[in-house]
Write a protein that binds this ligand. Structure first.
Ligand code: SAH
Ligand code: SF4
Length: 474
């Protein structure tokens, strides 16, 4: 698998030094990164933050006083695109007050045909733009902008097979680390823009992944999430006899007190070997995100998902036989072109049978350049109605499940103060459920026992066990 050469990466470090030099007389400089979309984008933003930090910028949560703003966009649904564009409009006003401010747009949206040219013409206040394949060149792009005063637009094309190793990264969460194991996707589901904007599937070398895991753990990460559009096809085209199950086992063998998750898994690549490694390794969280997309064979075929509803249900049975308490979550698209009421009810039927811990449901959004965008579309009202009905079914089941937890004691990884009520701490259970409870700051980053006193659909409320305060976790 071609890697971007060490000398090319070194050249970017040189550009970072040059930007730092240009900035050296400007006093304290702040950077703000707005990230849309999936965890891969979050991980990319952490690399952007790493590079900006080396260039002398402090990463802040405040766009108002920033000297550089980067908008890392998503193209998966139209909604994410319009949100990115409306936020870019807001930043225009900030720039009017602070003309030296640099505004950059990057991520999946800018890689789509025509988007870069459109932004160049209609958004004159956007200074730099770079596609996902050009992210590692951000220092060079920023340097060119600062040294010439010219706008630099590099949406990128044709470099998708290359992997950039050795870029700096600043993690946004001390206790959680997102580590990419592969990039791109070759599955070409007919609704999805990802293969078009992230390019062909390619895996990182195992040593590079394992080094990142060891580093994150040594820096205090308690939860590692291995990332990829299709993690369980890891290794294809790179190794003959080493796959995601092997990688997962090797990650777990790293020293330290941490747990491991991974996403996203395609059902077609969920091997029995992977299921047994998951079941056997105590460090693997017993939680799995397994996108269903639809419960109808007809729709699955039109989506090019390759499996049938019975294959999916049989897979769930095998997973539950190996790990009876596993928490399953899924992605579902409603209103795919041609979906009938009967097809939709097939999806609801699977949701009822599998009893997911959580579902991420989406109204189908036509994406330019994908086959499904050219099929006959359903009226919007039908899509919204199905979406609401699906959510209602799931919410009712989740509430019943959560109520069943009242009175029990659950292990929670404490994340920090609750955003809505700072008197309370917030954490997540291994199943990914949010738990709010009162407690001191010293518990942040620890795994502790919480007794659940009250349950709602989207959150649990509880109280600390006395032993948790003495530092002894469950
Ligand atoms: N690689 C992952 C995630 C891809 S995008 C996977 O295969 O599961 C995340 C989710 O967005 C998808 O699982 C799908 O449910 C949803 N999605 C993708 N394209 C979409 C579209 N055009 N309209 C609505 N939802 C979409
Ligand atoms: Fe998109 Fe399908 Fe690839 Fe997931 S597997 S990224 S849904 S094409």
């Amino acid at each position: 698998m071609p890697r971007i050469s060490e000398s090319q990466i070194q050249a970017q470090y040189d550009f970072m030094s040059r930007v730092r030099e240009i900035n050296s007389h400007r006093g304290r400089l702040a950077a703000y990164i707005k990230t849309f979309g999936c965890q891969q984008n979050e991980a990319d933003s952490e690399e952007l933050a790493g590079m900006l930090t080396l260039m002398g910028y402090d990463i802040e949560n405040d766009a108002e006083n920033a000297d550089i703003i980067l908008i890392n966009t998503c193209a998966v649904r139209e909604h994410a695109e319009s949100k990115a564009m409306s936020i870019a409009g807001r930043f225009k006003l900030l720039k009017a007050k602070k003309p030296d401010m640099i505004i950059g747009v990057c991520g999946c949206m800018v890689t789509q045909e025509g988007v870069s040219a459109n932004l160049k013409e209609k958004y004159p206040y956007v200074d730099i733009l770079f596609g996902t394949s050009e992210l590692w060149r951000m220092p060079e792009i920023l340097y060119t902008r600062l040294s010439t005063g010219k706008r630099v637009f590099e949406p990128g094309k044709g470099r998708y097979s290359d992997i950039a190793e050795g870029l700096p990264s600043v993690r946004s969460d001390r206790y959680r680390a997102y580590i990419s194991v592969m990039y791109g996707c070759d599955n070409f589901c007919t609704y999805c823009v990802v293969p078009h904007v992230r390019g062909r599937e390619r895996s990182r070398e195992r040593e590079a992944v394992l080094a990142d895991v060891r580093k994150a753990v040594s820096e205090g990460a308690r939860e590692i999430t291995l990332l990829g559009q299709n993690v369980n096809s890891y290794g294809h085209g790179l190794y003959e006899d080493y796959d995601f199950a092997d990688l997962l086992r090797d990650v777990c063998a790293a020293d330290g007190d941490f747990t491991v998750r991974f996403m996203t898994s395609h059902p077609k690549d969920m091997t029995d070997r992977l299921i047994s490694v998951m079941a056997a390794e105590p460090k693997v969280s017993k939680a799995l995100h397994l996108p269903l997309q639809s419960g109808s064979d007809r729709v699955l075929r039109a989506m090019n998902r390759v499996y049938k509803r019975d294959d999916y249900l049989a897979l769930v049975s095998r997973i539950r036989a190996a790990m009876p308490d596993i928490a399953l979550t899924t992605d579902i698209i409603v209103g795919f072109p041609g979906e009938t009421e009967e097809d939709f009810l097939d999806t609801v039927d699977i949701v009822k049978r599998v009893k997911y811990d959580n579902i991420y449901s989406f109204i189908y959004s036509p994406r330019r350049g994908t086959p499904a965008a050219d099929m006959e579309q359903l009226p919007y009202e039908i899509k919204v109605d199905r979406y609401q009905r699906l959510i209602a079914v799931q919410s009712e089941m989740e509430l019943a499940f959560n109520r069943g937890l009242e009175g029990s004691t659950i292990e929670v990884l404490v994340e920090g103060r609750s955003k809505t009520d700072t008197d309370k701490l917030t954490g997540r259970t291994e199943r990914g459920k949010l738990v709010h409870f009162s407690g001191p700051d010293c518990l942040i980053g620890q795994r502790i026992g919480v007794r659940i006193t009250h349950a709602e659909t989207f959150a649990l409320y509880g109280e600390l066990l006395d032993t948790s305060l003495n530092g002894s976790a469950l």
